[in-house]
Design a protein around this ligand. Structure first.
Ligand code: ZN
Length: 260
């Protein structure tokens, strides 16, 4: 592992200082946090998941309702990658920061359960989750354990144990509303915080992309750790276009060292 340049090191130290001094720090995480865990950004092209001719259609609520088998065929490789993925050092560092009281909440656009697998507790999954599935007829909700593995291994489309209708993974598809309660809670977190760290999100998808704006409009500090520019880089205290799996643990290490 190569050492950080002095400029990056300075930003890492400053980020740790902001985190130590924060009264209420939160993070907003996106696909870039999970790419080191081997999970592609399923909204991006060129990931291999977009081999269908009309990608935005197949991951849509309309396709799910009219041709569920097409949806499930597309979803199967992604579900497999998610099912077998483990948290990377950045997920683990965030869980440690929460456990030590330095981080109050994780707002995430990811559906991959990796924050939970890493041990984070207060996680708001704004684009839904693969941890549960819901019946399209009777709305019964079931855990993923009994359904995801047979689907990934054999292509068995999950059916409701009560009424036999098709179960839909509780992930938000194109053309579907975000979970209202979670969004309201996330907005409350954004208003409450005095530091928000954006990690691995290009802030391109509304309404989630507006959450950091709500925070900084109330005076919160903003740190952005993302490979590509975002519309809020100009308003950030720190911008680190670096590898999240190296940067987040480096920041966390400095924050936690100060406790001793
Ligand atoms: Zn049902």
């Amino acid at each position: 592992m190569t050492a950080f340049s002095s400029q990056i090191l300075e930003s890492v130290e400053f980020a740790a200082e902001l985190l130590r001094e924060a009264r209420y720090a939160i993070v907003l995480t996106g696909a870039g946090l999970s790419t080191p865990s081997g999970i592609p950004d399923f909204r991006s092209e060129g990931t291999g998941l977009w081999s269908h001719d009309r990608p935005l259609e197949v991951a849509s609520l309309l396709t799910f309702r009219t041709h569920p088998e097409q949806f499930f065929e597309w979803f199967r490789p992604l579900a497999g990658q998610i099912f077998y993925a483990g948290p990377n050092p950045a997920h683990l560092a965030l869980a440690k920061l929460e456990a030590s009281g330095h981080l109050r909440a994780v707002l995430t656009q990811n559906i991959d359960m990796l924050h939970h697998k890493a041990g984070s507790k207060r996680v708001f999954e704004l684009h839904g989750t693969l941890r549960t599935l819901s019946c399209t007829q009777c709305y019964r909700q079931v855990g993923y354990d009994n359904y995801l593995f047979p689907f990934i291994e054999n292509g068995t489309i999950p059916h409701c144990p009560a009424c036999s209708a098709i179960l839909k993974p509780d992930v938000i598809l194109f053309g579907e509303q975000l979970p209202h309660k979670t969004l309201v809670e996330a907005q409350r977190e954004a208003r409450e915080c005095d530091l928000i760290i954006v990690i691995g999100s290009s802030l391109e998808v509304l309404p989630v992309a507006s959450l950091p704006m709500q925070a900084i409009d109330r005076g919160a500090h903003l740190i952005i750790i993302n490979n590509s520019p975002t519309y809020l880089n100009i308003r950030a205290d720190i911008v680190l276009p670096e590898d999240v799996a190296r940067i987040i643990p480096a920041i966390a290490e400095r924050v936690l060292d100060e406790n001793h």
